[in-house]
Design a binder for this molecule. Structure first.
Ligand SMILES: *Cc1c(COP(=O)(O)O)cnc(C)c1O
Length: 350
């Protein structure tokens, strides 16, 4: 089985071995030490500014997106959302459920986000900008430097869903993001179930001033518990233990080296794919995933790769179902895996 998905992804042997062990009880000093250690390493990897707070949520990535929106903003705020695909739309739906008004920068699926898109929204009093820095549904990687400049000039908080981008693309929170959201099942290559949120001190101050209407997803409760290395509710204990190991593995390798490795896999595949005559869109791409454009038969190629070659690429939904397949570069993959993939693609497309 080979997964070129964006989560769950191919796991590393260390994780597979560790995830089979008996779980310990977690209201203990040992577990608290592990969680405080994970917090320190995570802050270093994500480049969190001094004074940042971290929350470990037992939820999928969407739960963390909702926790951030619902804990940091209220119906008396107005937000700006970059909507270039399914994950941007999800931010909009979360705001709707929480009664938070929003303006949307809506892009066609193959349209590059530029400064011009933002200009019309300057000086409109938005409290924050929500963006999925890798809009995983298309693989477009937005220009964070441009977005953070816009937010700084307009006194907005920048909320970055980096769920598929973390460890795949360069990301330094202290260069302008007030919140960064990460999940266990993407490049961390763990089981689904844990999401991590880092909040800047100034955004956390705002959280403290809000009368929360969240219960399970109340970020403040999670941060207050994490100060002593605990969570308010029973967490995914096993995944948190594997997370600690993985954070140390990445830290030992060095985050720049990890990102460079993913970039190298992505570029290896992209060169081969173009040589083979496949079409890759020309908007800026995340290293996490490569979109490939088809003429209506994308889903059929996905289906045949799975049934005939035991290879899973990432299919698309909705309007893009026949148009776009996505090939992941995160998790335990090597160049040889891409050689096998290209050969199999050529065979099913004959
Ligand atoms: C995977 C992903 C999510 C989270 O989705 P869940 O299914 O809730 O884990 C959110 N945003 C982006 C950009 C993603 O790639």
């Amino acid at each position: 089985m080979r997964l070129f998905t964006v989560g769950p992804v191919m796991m590393f042997p260390e994780t597979l071995e560790a995830s089979g062990r008996q779980l310990p009880y977690f209201r203990t000093d040992e577990f608290s030490e592990l969680m405080l250690d994970s917090e320190q390493v995570f802050k270093r990897l994500v480049g969190a500014p001094d004074g940042s707070k971290v929350a470990f949520l037992t939820s999928s990535g969407t739960g963390a997106m909702e926790a951030v929106v619902g804990s940091c903003f209220t119906p008396s705020d107005r937000l700006l959302i970059v909507i270039g695909g399914g994950f941007g739309r999800r931010f909009g739906e979360i705001c709707d459920v929480h009664g938070i008004p929003h303006d949307d920068v809506v892009l066609d699926w193959d349209e590059t986000l530029t400064e011009e898109h933002l200009m019309g929204f300057a000086g409109c009093g938005h409290a924050g900008l929500l963006v999925n820095v890798d809009e995983t549904s298309t693989g477009q990687h937005y220009d964070l430097a441009m977005l953070s400049r816009f937010c700084r000039e307009n006194s907005m908080f920048l909320i970055v869903d980096a769920i598929s981008s973390f460890l795949a693309d360069r990301l330094v929170m202290s260069e302008g993001a007030d919140a960064v959201i990460v999940s266990s099942q993407k490049a961390l290559a763990l089981e689904p179930g844990i999401s991590i949120v880092a909040l800047s001190g100034r955004l956390y101050d705002r959280v403290l001033g809000i009368d929360s209407h969240m219960y399970y997803l109340d970020i403040r409760k999670h941060v207050e518990n994490q100060v002593r290395g605990q969570t308010p509710f029973t967490p995914a204990v096993g995944t948190l233990i594997c997370l600690n190991d993985m954070l140390h593995m990445v830290d030992a390798e060095g985050i720049d080296s990890k990102v460079a490795h993913t970039a190298e896999l992505a570029s290896y595949f992209r060169v081969k794919a173009r040589d083979a005559g496949l079409t890759i869109p020309d908007y800026p791409l995340s290293n996490a995933v490569t979109p490939i454009v088809f003429d209506g038969d994308a889903y059929e190629v996905y289906r045949r790769l799975r049934s005939e070659h035991d290879i899973t690429v990432t299919p698309s939904g909705g309007d893009l179902k026949g148009i776009l397949l996505r090939v992941g570069h995160i998790g335990n993959l090597s160049k040889e895996d891409y050689d096998v993939l290209i050969d199999a693609m050529m065979e099913v497309m004959q």
